[in-house]
Design a protein around this ligand. Sequence first.
Ligand code: NAD
Length: 451
Amino acid sequence: MTGKLQRRQFVKLAGAIVTTAPLARSLPVGMSVEKLRTAHVGVGGMGGADLASIASHPQVEVAALCDVDAGRLTGAHQKHPQARFFSDYRQMLSEMGDSIDAVVVSTPDHTHAPAAMSAMNLGKPVYCQKPLTHEVHEARRLNEVAQQKQLATQMGIQVHSAEPYRRAKQMIQDGMIGRVSHVHAWSNKNWGYDGGSFASQVAPPDTLDWNLWVGTASMRPFAPGVYHPGNWRKLIDFGTGTLGDMGVHIFDTPYGALALTAPLTVRTECREPTGVGHPTRNVVEYEFPGTDYTTDRMIWRWYDGADAPPSSDDLALPAEFALPESYQLPGQGSLFVGEQGIMLLPHVGEAVLFPEAKFKDRPRPQMEKVNHYHQWVDACMGQAKTSADFSYAGPLTEALLLGVVANRFPGKRLEWDAEAMQVTRCPGGSVELANQLLKTEYRKGFTVDNL
Ligand SMILES: NC(=O)c1ccc[n+]([C@@H]2O[C@H](COP(=O)([O-])OP(=O)(O)OC[C@H]3O[C@@H](n4cnc5c(N)ncnc54)[C@H](O)[C@@H]3O)[C@@H](O)[C@H]2O)c1
């Protein structure tokens, strides 16, 4: 199978493949097995990198590949010719449920929860790209079901395992800058779109199954360059904007290091909603309850697009901790304001502490190397524990997605009751609408048990 497949060939080939008898072997998950047979949903873009990283584990056998883009599927299949391949992950799971041990989900955000839950419903451990889900309800349910079924899970925030980030977490928890009152975090990327809806008469390419790509979302005409690949991030029905896309990486260390839970309130400054795209510039302020590592309340402020990095006025640092005048903040990163100093954590790099003279000779903790992907493979085989499992990734993602919900109510402070999973107040806005945004109905034919 070489070159680009035409749609008819693609369907025929996929059909021919799925009629072969399933492999006979079926090993219990979570127990020590010699090989972990993996199935991969979304194998282009980041999915290609995920596939390579997971396949590099010596005990992994790539058993199945799935992509709605035949060109991307062909590329992955050439690298793993022994694997069976599919365009529909539901068909893959139903045909191969007994002959795969674990599933990797690397699709656009709106397909994370449906694909991951479908795999977990079969008792399969899951590695799922970030942000964990597109909606708050989905994040809550993935976390609950993974815990009920005790499945090994990991969210695809590989920098979470990188030494500089783990070292920064340790330094915060060792109290190097004292208790933290504010975290500023930013990304100068721009996964937003401020324009109107798209009119298109162009048919999708023969090699793309548009119906499966749209999946659980409401159907709409294909438009070239608007959705696939990658640009879906800018659109509210498919992606989560810069806040969800980069915020989940950049907020990960503050969230974990400060042992934060659910926010109490969230308020955004951005343009009025258009119903189509995420805002191209966004400032979001969260208030979290205090923890062992923070003051009584902790404020997290996020800046993206042209609002990043924040200005020194935005930072409003105490005079004794002011950054050196010529200091240029990196394009992406976070800044922790502690009672005894400041930690700047570039995305991705080593932390810098201020005042520099005070911290320059302080020893820093040494970290062992961790491979985020292999940690999950080892966990599936009962030999390790993952550090970004869904019990961590779920609440982290929920917090970010609440900011995405708040973007529909710029300037209004939403109050959040995490236990009840409800927005309780939205002065000047509709609480009912805010709560509706926590969960969108899936399109007919694409519903998933447990979601
Ligand atoms: N962890 C990281 O550093 C990192 C970096 C980039 C992207 N990501 C994440 O990876 C995911 C994919 O992003 P991307 O940039 O690769 O997007 P992309 O659009 O380039 O690729 C998505 C792939 O999934 C396929 N796909 C779409 N719907 C599918 C479906 N229903 N079933 C099977 N395959 C389907 C597409 O054809 C494509 O091959 C996103 O969740 C993104 O946030 C993570």
